[in-house]
Design a protein around this ligand. Structure first.
Ligand SMILES: Cc1cc2nc3c(=O)[nH]c(=O)nc-3n(C[C@H](O)[C@H](O)[C@H](O)COP(=O)(O)OP(=O)(O)OC[C@H]3O[C@@H](n4cnc5c(N)ncnc54)[C@H](O)[C@@H]3O)c2cc1C
Ligand SMILES: NC(=O)c1ccc[n+]([C@@H]2O[C@H](COP(=O)([O-])OP(=O)(O)OC[C@H]3O[C@@H](n4cnc5c(N)ncnc54)[C@H](OP(=O)(O)O)[C@@H]3O)[C@@H](O)[C@H]2O)c1
Ligand SMILES: Cc1cc2nc3c(=O)[nH]c(=O)nc-3n(C[C@H](O)[C@H](O)[C@H](O)COP(=O)(O)O)c2cc1C
Length: 675
């Protein structure tokens, strides 16, 4: 007998586990390579490490999945990074923070609050030297993201008797956009509330502005946050210069994965696009036939399309004011170009498997798949590459000039920020343009797949009413098409696809709060220039339907606008007909470029008779709606409304603002805006 103690066994077991892990995962060549293909590049292989696994043992697997505290204890983590994210940015930041913790010798895990019992937050104090980081986006009218909703509702209503966070360390990075009225409301509220409940803020609240450069805001914030966290957790703030790979490449032999087992663009369930089964939602979109796709402009070089999507067999229900989400596909010629630049076989089947087996996310996107499918359906290849991506790309070139340029843009120096701003943001370079212009840079395709963000669904305000069109959803979309300063023609991913007249689109409906008043008699004022008119088309169809049923319908006032009456006055015939029929009681159209000086909707609102009518309608309990551009229009309309309330209500500006705030709280002022 060897006479080993339990302790000896544990040590030997641990060492054996690490060795097995090393030989099975880490030691494999990164590009390789069951396919027999030459790896596209052997550059920079030494500088990346796989995330080290948690030491194995009974305790490590013995925890309750919904209990993040017991998971942290079992997996030896002392930092938890929660994210409130709708389109992936906050989630990406959370993942990056968890990865970066390793550089300080700390172990972190990122968590979706929706999947955790967040009441456990108080027990974080039981884990010595622990920290909770929150990356939280704001939406709508200062609302939390869907996945933060439950936690936020719990947090905002509770006091210290119900949730005492004494001893809990935390910090918050908020994600927002200054063009919205409630800038970063959620980050600010959560930061304040956690402190009120007794938690200790270890570093100041960070606020990221997506209208400027949220990536830079995040980098600046974390540069100060890490030293503060290290000090609080009692470790050295000296970061190791190590880059980590989160996913391990497995190349599948051609033919080894039967075609029906390869993902071909499905969001979640394999084969779901071929065998459509309700209920349809974000994870299971419905492939809607596009039954109509026509141009709304009658001239000029811009395009705005009217689409009708058949949902007849889907059992999808919608209300006027809801949004339809469309999963777009990247342009195939751009994907071909990317394949060429990466020197990769786009039809190679592969999987990317998370090396951190504690993570709930096993793959960055549905796997196994091919590079072609990943670049077409799953990855955003047209967004501006993030600084961390550029930094990691610098390892895949031996051209010193290119390397230094990428490193500089990936750094947080003033010079680096200026270069990033000019070369990436202003010139609107996407990853394909970067690899084209820095042609020595040859990252392995799998690493690029790990670094690129997920391609997101695009939302459209539904431009129809289910009362008239229960079996179809209408969309009014302005086609994005422009030429960059480097002379590249850019087409919007989704709207470019619409312009190509697709036969079908994968869609789902997302409920909104943008609703007509319950009673048809309630008067309404709608303000929506350009595509901002979209939801009001649904509202007007609904009011017309009520009128046709003989129901009394209240005042219906519409402010819309376009550049020229003869070119881009969209849905003009419908509007004029609604006006003639009395469905629209006051139609105000601002033609901004039909005369010397600009005329916008807010100018028409300010006109004497109009402003008096707006005030009277508000005083009679009417509802006010604004839809369209958040950046300029919605703000300017709000300013005009404040002026009107100030003038006709004999109020100060502050009182006018309070009046509108009250309208908003009562659901009588609603905005559906985007930037
Ligand atoms: C709630 C909601 C409702 C919406 N409703 C509608 C709607 O009813 N109708 C509608 O048309 N859109 C609507 N949108 C916008 C829509 O979701 C898409 O963002 C839009 O169609 C562009 O998508 P895309 O994939 O075609 O373009 P993308 O490939 O995403 O490109 C758009 C990006 O290109 C950039 N860009 C655009 N024009 C230029 C330019 N001239 N120069 C430089 N850069 C430029 C912008 O930064 C923008 O981020 C809505 C958005 C939201 C959030
Ligand atoms: N995020 C995206 O991907 C995306 C996609 C499409 C459109 N957009 C943006 O969304 C906005 C609406 O686009 P659209 O195509 O629907 O409409 P649009 O045709 O660009 O604009 C509709 C009308 O609104 C006017 N307008 C411009 N600024 C205004 C302001 N501050 N207040 C009130 N009216 C104003 C325009 O006038 P002038 O043009 O004469 O100034 C035009 O007459 C645009 O700003 C566009 O850039 C963004
Ligand atoms: C429809 C829409 C509404 C938004 N509303 C707000 C808002 O009210 N306040 C704000 O600060 N930012 C707002 N934003 C900006 C987002 O918070 C910001 O883009 C953020 O980076 C998104 O993070 P995510 O990708 O993790 O969801 C809004 C963005 C969109 C598309």
């Amino acid at each position: 007998m060897l006479g080993l103690s339990a302790f000896d066994c544990a040590i030997i077991g641990g060492v054996a586990g690490v060795c097995v892990y090393y030989f099975v995962f880490v030691r494999k060549p990164r590009n390789g390579n069951g396919s027999g293909l030459a790896p596209p590049s052997t550059l920079g292989q030494a500088s990346f490490q796989s995330i080290p696994p948690t030491s194995k043992g009974a305790a490590a697997d013995d925890y309750d999945e919904s209990s993040f505290i017991s998971k942290m204890q079992a997996k030896n983590r002392n930092i938890v990074v929660f994210y409130g994210s709708q389109t992936g940015t906050a989630e990406d930041f959370a993942t990056r923070l968890s990865k970066e913790a390793l550089r300080y010798g700390l172990r972190a895990m990122s968590c979706d609050p929706e999947e955790c019992d967040m009441k456990e937050l108080a027990h974080l104090a039981d884990i010595p030297n622990s920290l909770a980081i929150f990356c939280l986006a704001t939406y709508g009218e200062g609302d939390p993201t869907d996945n933060l909703q439950e936690f936020f509702t719990m947090l905002k209503d509770c006091d210290r008797n119900e949730l005492d966070l004494t001893g809990v360390n935390y910090c918050v990075f908020g994600l927002g956009n200054k063009t919205y009225e409630h800038y970063n409301a959620i980050g600010q509220l959560v930061d304040k509330k956690l402190e009120e409940l007794g938690a200790k803020r270890i570093y100041e609240l960070g606020l990221g502005d997506d209208d400027a450069n949220i990536e830079e805001d995040f980098n600046n914030w974390k540069e100060g946050m890490w030293p503060a966290a290290c000090q609080q957790l009692g470790v050295s703030a000296e970061a190791q210069d190590i880059k980590y790979r989160q996913y391990q490449l497995v190349n599948h032999e051609p033919g080894s994965v039967p075609p029906e087992k390869l993902y071909k663009g499905e969001i979640s369930r394999l084969g779901s696009l071929q065998r459509q089964r309700p209920p349809f939602d974000a994870k299971n979109p419905y492939l809607a036939a596009v039954t109509e796709n026509r141009e709304l402009h009658t001239g000029g070089d811009r395009s705005c399309l009217h689409l009708e999507l058949d949902i007849g067999d889907s059992r999808i229900r919608y209300e006027s004011g809801d949004h339809v989400a469309v999963y777009p596909v990247n342009r195939s010629e751009l994907v071909d170009k990317l394949g060429e630049l990466l020197q990769c076989d786009l039809d190679q089947p592969f999987s990317l498997n998370n090396v951190d087996d504690d993570s709930t996310k096993k793959h960055p996107f549905p796997c196994p798949t091919t590079y072609r499918i990943a670049f077409l359906h799953y990855l955003d290849i047209t967004a501006n590459p993030k600084t961390n991506l550029l930094n990691e790309l610098s390892d895949y070139t031996d051209n010193e000039e290119h390397k230094q340029m990428l490193k500089k843009m990936g750094s947080n120096t003033e010079e680096g920020k200026a270069l990033y701003h000019d070369w990436i943001i202003s010139a609107r370079r996407h990853i394909v343009a970067v690899l084209e212009d820095l042609d020595s840079v040859k990252p392995p395709p799998d690493h690029l797949c790990e670094l690129l963000p997920r391609l997101q669904a695009r939302y459209y305000s539904i431009a129809s009413s289910p009362k008239l069109h229960p079996k179809s959803v209408h969309v009014c979309a302005a086609v994005v098409r422009y030429t960059t300063s480097t002379n590249r023609l850019v087409l919007g991913v989704a709207t470019g696809e619409f312009a190509d007249k697709p036969a079908q689109l994968p869609v789902y409906v997302r409920r909104s709060q943008f609703r007509l008043p319950y009673k048809h008699q309630t008067p309404v004022i709608m303000v929506g220039p350009g595509t901002g008119f979209a939801p009001f088309r649904g509202f007007l169809q609904e009011r017309e339907w009520a009128k046709d049923q003989g129901k009394p319908v209240g005042k219906t006032i519409l402010y819309t606008g376009c550049r020229n009456r003869d070119i881009d006055y969209i849905y003009s015939q419908e509007l004029e007909a609604w006006k003639d029929k009395g469905v629209i009681t006051n139609l105000q159209v601002a033609f901004s470029r039909d005369q010397g000086e600009k005329v916008y909707v807010q100018h028409l609102m300010r006109r004497d008779e109009n402003s008096r009518e707006i005030w009277e309608v508000l005083e009679l309990g009417g509802h006010f709606y604004v839809c369209g551009d958040a950046k300029h229009m919605a703000r300017d309309v709000m300013a005009a409304l404040e002026e009107i309330v100030e003038k006709h209500g004999s109020k100060s500006r502050q009182e006018a603002q309070d009046y509108i705030k009250k309208l908003s709280n009562k659901g009588r002022y609603s905005a559906d805006v985007w930037s």
